[in-house]
Write a protein that binds this ligand. Structure first.
Ligand SMILES: *Cc1c(COP(=O)(O)O)cnc(C)c1O
Length: 307
């Protein structure tokens, strides 16, 4: 079983919060595990446990070249003595970027496929050809969202989180959002901030909740206007916000998920979205390994765990 470190809710102190009469705390899932951090810890824990219980020696998953999921799967598999195969979209470029070189150093076997092949990631015939090539493996889908992932993310909120009126999380595939939704109190509202452009995310979430027959007591709202042009797109305003947040609170955000979400939350606070007396808990879903790769890719410096 994967061991987690204690997770704290860190309250933020800022004149704007006083002025609006609201409280804001950050749930530091980025500190839950040294290598397998953030929401990925919760998404992977029951999947990796099942792989071990079912006698698999290998897990296989899919991801892009900067994927937090690839990095986390490599770390989680290593922690449980499983071998790991990562099917990576695109060509191998040496030297590998920080994400992939770290995954490889953790023992993940990286296989690069072109985009058209990568799109076959759910096709039974393609998966069969992979098992002919690699032998039996436990399959974890790209992004890691499945029923066991949602079982894990349903454990993110703890009994003493019942006091919060609003819970906020970033959305990629929606697995984290779905798990948190199932664990809300009736008085709580879940706010989801999509990292992707487009309103299709509402239907994806709907399909996810229906597909896994999930229900919740609380309510939710999805914000799809804080994507900064789309997945992994950014601008100067976002970069400045991430630096401002770090200098104000000492908390590092990533530019793909948590930076955009907190930008959105701060915007909503300014717009008086939150009634006076609101207590907001923001899930820091990790992803900080990607900041090094972001700087490699763009030349733009961000706060990062490495110096
Ligand atoms: C993967 C990831 C997400 C998205 O999680 P989903 O369950 O796919 O919605 C959000 N934040 C970070 C930092 C991530 O790595």
């Amino acid at each position: 079983m994967l061991q987690s470190l204690p997770v704290i809710n860190q309250p933020l102190d800022h004149p704007l919060l006083d002025e609006k009469g609201i409280e804001l705390a950050i749930k530091r899932l980025d500190l839950v595990h040294p290598e397998l951090s953030g929401n990925k810890f919760f998404k992977l824990k029951y999947n990796l446990e099942k792989a071990v219980l079912d006698g698999f020696e290998k897990v296989l998953t899919f991801g892009g070249a900067f994927s937090n999921h690839i990095y986390a799967t490599a770390a989680g598999a290593k922690a449980l003595n499983l071998s790991a195969i990562g099917i990576i979209r695109g060509e191998r470029i040496d030297p590998l970027n920080a994400t992939l070189s770290h995954a490889e150093s953790l023992g993940m076997d990286l296989h690069f496929v072109d985009r058209a092949t990568f799109r076959l990631k759910k096709e039974p015939s393609f998966l069969k050809s992979l098992s002919e090539k690699f032998g039996a493996f436990y399959l974890i889908p790209e992004g890691g969202t499945n029923e066991l992932a949602i079982k894990g993310t349903a454990e993110i909120l703890q009994p003493n989180d019942k006091k919060y009126s609003h819970i906020a999380t970033s959305i990629g595939t929606g697995g984290t959002f779905a798990g948190i939704y199932t664990s809300l109190e009736s008085s709580q509202k879940l706010l989801g901030f999509s990292a992707l452009r487009g309103d299709f995310i509402r239907k994806e979430i709907d399909d996810l909740l229906k597909g896994f027959d999930l229900s919740g007591l609380g309510s939710f709202e999805i914000f799809s206007q804080f994507h900064f042009g789309g997945y992994a797109k950014y601008d100067q305003q976002l970069v400045e916000f991430i630096w401002w947040f770090y200098e104000s609170f000492g908390i590092i955000l990533d530019p793909i998920y948590t930076g955009k979400m907190l930008f959105g939350i701060w915007h909503l606070i300014c717009q008086n979205y939150f009634p006076k007396g609101s207590k907001i808990l923001v899930i820091h879903s990790g992803g900080l390994q990607g900041n090094v790769g972001f700087t490699e890719r763009t030349g733009i410096k961000l706060p990062s765990l490495l110096r």
